[in-house]
Write a new protein. Structure first.
Length: 263
């Protein structure tokens, strides 16, 4: 998370619970309502084999019964995960207006992407000129990073020009008619964005592997060290950035779309 974030946003992503009290999980609540804005809950349910997106409108007790899971045990795991992770960042995001939420993502994470990718590209060129003969793996780093940069910059533009405004309009207008969505549904757009996220993280995993976990070799000069530190920072920020979008923003938007289509 970068220092440009507004205080409200930082506060929302830092605070989570209520002084150690075990939250009560209503087992009749639809999965979509349980996980919207609460990525820890989504992760717990996914680990148990419950696909929140596929069973968005199903109550927890029904989804557990269909998956042959003990609903009380599942509810206890959900509650325990929140208490154990108090102080970690995500629960305040349930109530933040989506307009404010997407603005903060754009001003922090998207801005970081736009600033860092060109800087890292310049560093990488310098490092390749100096070190590629002794470190031929750098040529594969160049290829993978070029793909990442080429795909990620248009991706954040698409989110800001198309996806985020539609999500905000869903909240402000309490949903839009499906006929006004040329892509078929907001869910279709969000799945496309999630696929882009998975690809970007896979590319960073490849760079991490090629560079030995972003560890400078013994003959690294300051530019080489700065490049690997930059890759590590990009990796860290992108994972936070994409978790906020996939597990919080898109989860809340999917709930809005579900409520709209059921009315």
């Amino acid at each position: 998370m970068r220092g440009d974030a507004a205080p409200t946003y930082n506060r929302c992503i830092r605070t989570s619970g209520r002084s150690g009290q075990m939250p009560r999980i209503d087992t009749h609540t639809p999965l979509g309502q349980l996980v919207a804005g609460r990525p820890r809950r989504a992760r717990v349910l996914n680990q148990l084999g419950l696909d929140c997106r596929a069973a968005w409108r199903k109550p927890l007790d029904q989804a557990c019964a269909e998956s042959h899971l003990d609903v009380e045990a599942v509810a206890e795991q959900l509650a325990t995960s929140e208490v154990q992770n108090q102080g970690a960042a995500d629960e305040g995001l349930c109530d933040m207006p989506l307009q404010e939420f997407v603005e903060q993502i754009a001003q922090t994470h998207h801005r970081f992407v736009r600033e860092e990718l060109p800087r890292l590209a310049g560093l990488l060129c310098r490092v390749v000129e100096t070190h590629a003969e002794r470190h031929p793996e750098l040529w594969e780093v160049v290829r993978v990073f070029s793909e990442l940069r080429t795909e990620l910059l248009p991706h954040v533009d698409t989110e800001e020009r198309i996806v985020f405004p539609i999500i905000v309009r869903f909240e402000q207008e309490q949903g839009m008619r499906r006929a006004r969505m040329p892509w078929g549904s907001l869910g279709t757009l969000m799945r496309m964005m999630e696929q882009d996220h998975s690809r970007a993280l896979g590319q960073l995993d490849r760079i991490r592997s090629l560079t030995g976990g972003f560890a400078p070799p013994e003959d690294a000069d300051p530019a080489y060290t700065a490049l690997l530190e930059g890759f590590a920072a990009l990796d860290d920020d992108l994972r936070k950035h994409m978790a906020l979008e996939d597990d919080v923003l898109f989860a809340r938007a999917a709930l809005l779309e579900s409520e709209t289509s059921s009315t």
